[in-house]
Ligand binder design. Structure first.
Ligand code: C2E
Ligand code: MG
Ligand code: MG
Ligand code: MG
Length: 283
């Protein structure tokens, strides 16, 4: 390979592009294998109701460990989206999240009163039948659709507003909730907030982290919170890393928080224990 590379001369002219293309191909091939061999896992991060301190839900986040090295979602999700692998990956994530919820119910001896949130890429909405996938996962694991939350980003609406609206209405009809992820970072027209069946706005961590002492960030967070209140939407702040942030957000009227202050994403077992502990404290 080395001599072929040297002979081609590509490295002399476009070392960066060649390297990136090759790396992407390698990642894509090994990601495909990892999905097929069921070697991805999910981590679960609690979402906390700011007023009561109760766990309201967990967000399921994909994890990929290859030869002892963690490959971050910021690396493999874009590759999955570009290659189309996000379709099987996304199907697996929803199925695994529903399966885990059912597993927790069995351990608890009754339905654990938390929701499970799963990220759904705009590519899945465009290329896959997400409502049918949801119906199937719910039936397979015998969990109420009302316990599932699908996190979509504004990009889904920008890409194909009509298809997005249809998919969102079906998802809602089935009973699941829709959260708008990374809110504030997209480029969409805000008019859709009033038309589409959205339940929760997740305020992007780029506005939350470092918001204390930054008047611009505080102004943006305030604006999002008052918009949400006027439209009857709940709000989750991402990236809550300190007690002071949690208190400030609660005072501003934010409903929920998620971040390292409460917990990093956890294994299924540790997430269950986190819920059980916080539940016994609350009652
Ligand atoms: P996201 O959906 O916005 O998820 C929140 C991200 O913020 C997670 O990163 C989480 O670990 C991180 N985070 C949580 N608390 C804090 C905090 O206090 N401070 C900071 N700085 N970060 C915090 P993660 O797990 O690396 O995932 C990154 C992104 O990858 C996710 O962002 C989501 O867009 C995407 N992703 C992850 N799993 C999936 C999946 O199964 N399907 C799809 N389509 N996307 C996924
Ligand atoms: Mg998310
Ligand atoms: Mg998010
Ligand atoms: Mg985010």
């Amino acid at each position: 390979l080395k001599s072929a590379k040297a002979k081609s001369g590509i490295e002399l002219y476009q070392p960066g592009a060649f390297h990136i293309a090759r790396q992407q191909f390698t990642t894509e091939t090994s990601l495909r294998r990892a999905i097929e061999a069921n070697r991805l896992t999910l981590a679960f991060q609690p979402v906390i109701e700011l007023n009561s301190g109760k766990v309201t839900s967990f967000e399921a986040l994909a994890r990929w460990r290859e030869e002892g090295v963690d490959i971050p979602p910021s690396t493999f999700i874009p590759v999955a989206e570009e290659s189309g692998l996000i379709v099987p990956l996304g199907r697996w994530a929803l199925d695994e999240a529903a399966r885990t919820l059912k597993l927790w119910d069995r351990v608890a001896g009754s339905d654990v009163p938390v929701r499970m949130a799963v990220n759904v890429s705009a590519i899945q909405i465009a290329r896959d039948d997400v409502p049918t996938m949801l119906r199937e996962a719910v039936a397979r694991h015998d969990v109420a659709a009302e316990r599932l939350v699908l996190e979509l980003t504004e990009s889904v609406i920008v890409a194909d507003p009509d298809r997005a609206a249809k998919a969102m209405e079906s998802i809602r009809q089935i009973g699941a909730t829709i959260a708008l992820d990374d809110f504030g970072t997209g480029y969409s027209n805000l008019a859709y907030l009033q038309r589409l069946p959205i339940d929760v706005l997740k305020i992007d961590q780029s506005f939350v982290t470092g918001m204390l002492g930054n008047r611009d960030k505080v102004a943006i967070v305030r604006a999002v919170l008052s918009l949400a209140e006027a439209l009857g939407l709940r709000t989750t702040a991402e990236g809550v890393e300190t007690l002071e942030l949690a208190q400030t957000l609660a005072a501003l009227g934010c409903t929920r928080g998620q971040g390292y202050f409460y917990s990093a994403p956890l294994s299924a077992e540790d997430a269950y224990a986190f819920w059980a502990r916080s539940n016994s404290r609350a009652t």
